[in-house]
Design a protein around this ligand. Structure first.
Ligand code: PTJ
Length: 291
């Protein structure tokens, strides 16, 4: 492992690369996972390498859905297992969601290694080794366990390829995705798209669970029903546009004035939340989206 000094300006990002490389070396992460990480990094850069408010809001809705679900499942691939194994195990325990390994570049050996890695990080039961081709897909992601993803009502898919996300929504399952690219097919197809880095999203969701567990089912449903995924995706794209414009201004030496006219509401992403629901989310889920 390359020694990265803590004061390096890109410390976090470089350490994440090291985790993915270590995942490949351990046989957990596919080599293609290195490329996926690079794409994620590029979008994280554009988002500002922080959890934007709309992502935190989507995370709160995701937690609500996992707690409301009858058969929630967390799908794990090679990248997620390398980046957040302990957090996946913790989220599973806190919400009662079952962990299932599901791979695009599937080998039995890699499934086994990921199951072992999750168990070494605190998971009790991990499905995936007895998977059958039950999803309407021509590739290996079709292989799921009958008692897991196949029968699930809510599926949390950190880092996904668009195909399976579409197949799952086509089977009337509610899909929550984490994907830093708001333009990806996954982000567009999921019901709840968390445009955030997996390494920031999971700890935030774990932190939210106890507060949300205290809520009534009616309150949780109210939060879920008021959710608009299009507003969240638009907000992420708007953030990228704003960050690009800021950079462009910096290069051109244009000083942005504090008293600049407010952006046109017709062209600006707006999270239209009902005040009462926003208050409830805000009180219990921390500093979430409120407009
Ligand atoms: O382990 P396997 O065999 O199941 O394969 C896993 C990968 C990730 C290689 C496979 O699913 C794949 O090829 O995915 P894609 O199509 O490259 O999509 C990955 C998406 O995840 C991209 O849109 C990236 O922007 C996004 N991404 C990458 N790293 C992160 C991320 N999103 C959130 N957090 C990250 N750390």
């Amino acid at each position: 492992m390359t020694e990265i000094p803590k004061n390096h300006p890109r410390y976090e990002s470089l350490m994440t690369r090291e985790q993915i490389v270590a995942g490949v070396e351990k046989g957990i992460t596919g080599r293609q996972g290195l490329i996926a990480q690079g794409r994620g990094e590029a979008f994280d850069y554009l988002i500002g390498e922080e959890t934007i408010q709309s992502a935190e809001y989507a995370e709160a809705v995701a937690v609500s859905l996992l707690l409301l679900a009858e058969k929630p499942v967390i799908s794990v691939n090679g990248n997620a297992a390398a980046l957040v194994p302990a957090e996946l195990a913790a989220l599973s325990k806190l919400t009662g969601a079952v962990l299932e390994v599901n791979l695009f570049h599937r080998t039995d050996e890699r499934v086994k290694k990921i199951v072992e890695e999750l168990k070494a990080n605190g998971a009790d039961v991990v499905l995936g080794e007895n998977a059958e081709p039950l999803l309407p897909l021509e590739h290996e992601r079709a292989k799921v366990e009958r008692k897991g993803i196949y029968e699930a009502d809510v599926i949390f898919v950190p880092l996904e390829d668009g195909d399976r996300c579409q197949a799952l929504t086509g089977m009337n399952k509610l899909v929550i995705a984490v994907d830093l690219n708001p333009l990806s097919r996954t982000a567009q197809a999921a019901h709840v798209s968390i445009v955030d880095n997996l390494k920031r999203a999971l700890p935030k969701m774990i932190e939210m669970v106890p507060d949300f567990k205290d809520m009534t089912k009616e309150d949780l449903w109210e939060i879920v029903e008021a959710y608009d995924n299009k507003a969240v995706l638009t907000d992420a794209i708007e953030t990228i546009k704003e960050n690009l414009a800021k950079k462009q201004n910096e290069i051109l030496g244009i000083v942005e004035e504090d008293n600049a006219p407010a952006p046109d509401p017709k062209t600006t992403a707006k999270m239209e939340r009902k005040a009462e629901i926003a208050r409830k989310v805000l009180m219990r889920g921390g500093d979430l989206m409120m407009e």
